[in-house]
Design a protein around this ligand. Structure first.
Ligand SMILES: C[S@@+](CC[C@H](N)C(=O)[O-])C[C@H]1O[C@@H](n2cnc3c(N)ncnc32)[C@H](O)[C@@H]1O
Length: 241
């Protein structure tokens, strides 16, 4: 069963501000400019809808599908994005069982993939992939364990977060998925990565360049701080400026 975020849906925003101040918000909205050029979005686990409501407001051409297993979160999202009318469709379902039906040029997952295992992330990506338009962008915001000295405090913070969400929502996951391995194997190329708090938080944009090796199954534990570019990933570059 998916974790149940209903109980904390209303408090979620305040819990976020109390723990990380404006940092998650900064991370979540960082790529709004890029997303504004897109037309069909699939947004999974958007919670109370702060990202999607703003995206729909700023991009009047956009249609969007919001997937979340929490009815209470989706109700907040619908309220917040009410102005979008028919441009927004919501699906209250477990993403691990969700079968997309649309065609998308944007996928956004902000602080959601950390609710899945690497295998579940791979299975979800595999189901989404046939529905992606060429050049589709996947925006990922999440936590990471950076390399070096920052690893220890990051590890402690991530463990505390998992413990808290375990108690509050029943989330059983306890480690971050290797989403970078999954997306690369699925034919995505990392276009840009921005980090905050010494690498504890990141925002990435991945571009779908086609069916890579045909398998999104994970490829072993190549990088502990998953999402960091692998040394031989020639598709990787940091955006300048
Ligand atoms: C940590 S919150 C993130 C909310 C928001 N995206 C943000 O940026 O803060 C995770 C969200 O994913 C949803 N979620 C967790 N597991 C899920 C699953 N298996 N299927 C669908 N939604 C899920 C929760 O209901 C919640 O809305």
């Amino acid at each position: 069963m998916a974790a149940n975020f209903d109980r904390i849906a209303r408090a979620y925003r305040w819990m976020e501000y109390l723990s990380f101040g404006p940092m998650l918000k900064r991370c979540r909205f960082y790529r709004l400019g890029d997303a504004a050029k897109r037309r069909h979005a699939l947004v999974i686990g958007d919670g109370d809808g702060r990202f999607l409501a703003r995206l729909l407001r700023e991009n009047k051409q956009l249609t969007a599908e919001a997937v979340d297993s929490s009815r209470a979160m989706l109700q907040l999202l619908e309220k917040r994005a009410a102005g979008a009318g028919q441009r927004l469709a919501v699906r209250c379902t477990d993403a691990r069982a969700f079968s997309p039906s649309g065609r998308y040029d944007l996928v956004a997952t902000h602080f959601f993939l950390d609710c899945l295992t690497t295998e579940e992330t791979a299975a979800l990506t595999e189901r989404i992939r046939p529905h992606l338009l060429s050049g589709a962008m996947w925006i990922v915001s999440d936590f990471a364990i950076p390399p070096g000295l920052a690893a220890l405090p990051a590890r402690v913070i991530v463990s505390v977060l998992y413990a808290a969400f375990g108690v509050l929502t029943g989330l059983e996951i306890q480690r971050l998925p290797r989403h970078g391995d999954v997306l690369r194997a699925a034919g995505f190329s990392l276009d840009d990565r921005k980090e905050w708090l010494g690498g504890l938080l990141f925002s990435e944009s991945w571009i779908f360049i086609g069916p890579a090796n045909g398998s999104t199954r994970s490829q072993g534990n190549r990088s502990e701080a998953d999402g960091l570019p692998l040394k031989n990933d020639r598709s990787f570059h940091f955006k300048r400026g």
